[in-house]
Ligand binder design. Structure first.
Ligand code: ATP
Ligand code: MG
Ligand code: FE
Length: 336
């Protein structure tokens, strides 16, 4: 089964060809980051226009690199939510047109199911069930992946997503956008125990996350230093912030795996490429005798290969979309 997959939910225009959900024949990503950098974040209207400019070229490249033509494709998969409505619409309209013209089934894919499915590409022997920590720019969910496309949500963030917290802290200390990778790199030169920041907890919900208190503590620290004229040691500051985030994420994930009795843990989403998170999760899992999986960085952030992997399992489950498939900007995990 060959899936042509398209992803355009945020600021990456991406297309890929994936065989049987696990083998990537091509994975083409056109990033708009440089276009949005001067604004300090993604501008939705600009994102839509950039997707329109890039989408045809990206799809042609994906087919060419895979060495296949549209007639040899089994089905077309596309992200239909969640994300920016104007951005999603570009991919959905394109996928519909291609699938209809080539008489191929159309498959609507949940973007977050895509992030989780990146692990199936990286680890060909990984099969559900397993515990998955989903940490991206807009989501922080702790779930049990019961089966392909089937999730039980154990916990979620009550305020900021993990990636959002990284981006906001990066902006506050002047590291710029996109913040996650810059914090990751800068933190390597700092002492993660220099400043004792709070670990966000939600009373009565052991698997929920909260990062707004931590974010406030970081901002207070910066303001205090500015007022007293103290020098801010940015590497120490971001290393300590990152340590608090990683601690919250890893402790809950391993606790869930132990409590529910799963021997496998996976990480998914853009923040899964964070080197401190990967190392800490690996270490905690090793200690608990649990297998720890995460995708390589290019499969962690937005890409279409992960959408192709998820689309394959939706295809196998018989979930074919109608020609009325529409973008659903606030699609919830586990909804169709
Ligand atoms: P969502 O998937 O929730 O719709 P998104 O698609 O915008 O949101 P992703 O592409 O999955 O998010 O991830 C982008 C996020 O990952 C950004 O917030 C970015 O700062 C963060 N990120 C990327 N690399 C790293 C890193 N090395 N360390 C920490 N955060 C990172
Ligand atoms: Mg992005
Ligand atoms: Fe994403």
């Amino acid at each position: 089964v060959l899936i042509l997959a398209i992803e355009s939910s945020c600021d990456e225009t991406a297309a890929a060809v994936v065989k049987n959900g696990r083998t990537v024949l091509s994975n083409v990503i056109s990033s708009q980051i440089s276009t949005h950098t001067i604004y300090g974040g993604v501008v939705p209207e600009i994102a839509s226009r950039e997707h329109i400019k890039a989408v045809n070229y990206v799809i042609r490249r994906a087919l060419a690199e895979a060495g296949v033509g549209l007639p040899e494709i089994t089905a077309v998969g596309v992200t239909y939510g969640p994300g920016l409505v104007g951005a999603l619409l570009v991919g959905v309209a394109e996928a519909k047109a291609l699938a209809y013209a080539a008489k191929k089934p159309l498959i609507g894919v949940h973007h977050i199911e895509g992030h989780v499915s990146a692990n199936f590409i990286e680890h060909p022997d990984l099969e559900p069930p397993f515990v998955c920590l989903i940490v991206s720019g807009g989501h922080t969910h702790l779930v049990i992946v019961k089966d392909y496309g089937k999730f039980e949500i154990l916990g979620r963030t009550r305020d900021d997503a993990a990636g959002e917290a990284f981006d906001k802290v990066a902006r506050a200390v002047g590291l710029g956008y996109p913040g996650g990778p810059k914090v990751d790199r800068t933190a390597r030169e700092g002492n993660p125990h220099a400043i004792e920041f709070p670990r966000g907890k939600v009373d009565g919900s052991p698997y929920d996350f909260s990062f707004s208190g931590l974010k406030s503590a970081v901002l207070n620290h910066i303001n205090h230093a500015k007022m007293t004229g103290e020098e801010i040691h940015v590497p120490d500051l971001v290393a300590s912030f990152q340590n608090s985030v990683v601690d919250s994420l890893v402790s809950r994930t391993v606790m869930a795996a132990k409590e529910y009795g799963y021997g496998q843990v996976a990480i998914a989403g853009g923040v899964a490429s964070n080197t401190a998170l990967r190392a800490a999760m690996e270490q905690a899992c090793n200690k608990a005798g649990i297998r720890c999986c995460y995708p390589s960085p290019v499969l962690c952030t937005d890409n279409a290969a992960m959408i192709g992997a998820a689309a394959y399992y939706e295809y196998c489950n018989g979930n074919i979309a109608g020609w009325d498939l529409n973008a659903v900007p606030n699609l919830k995990l586990g909804e169709r």
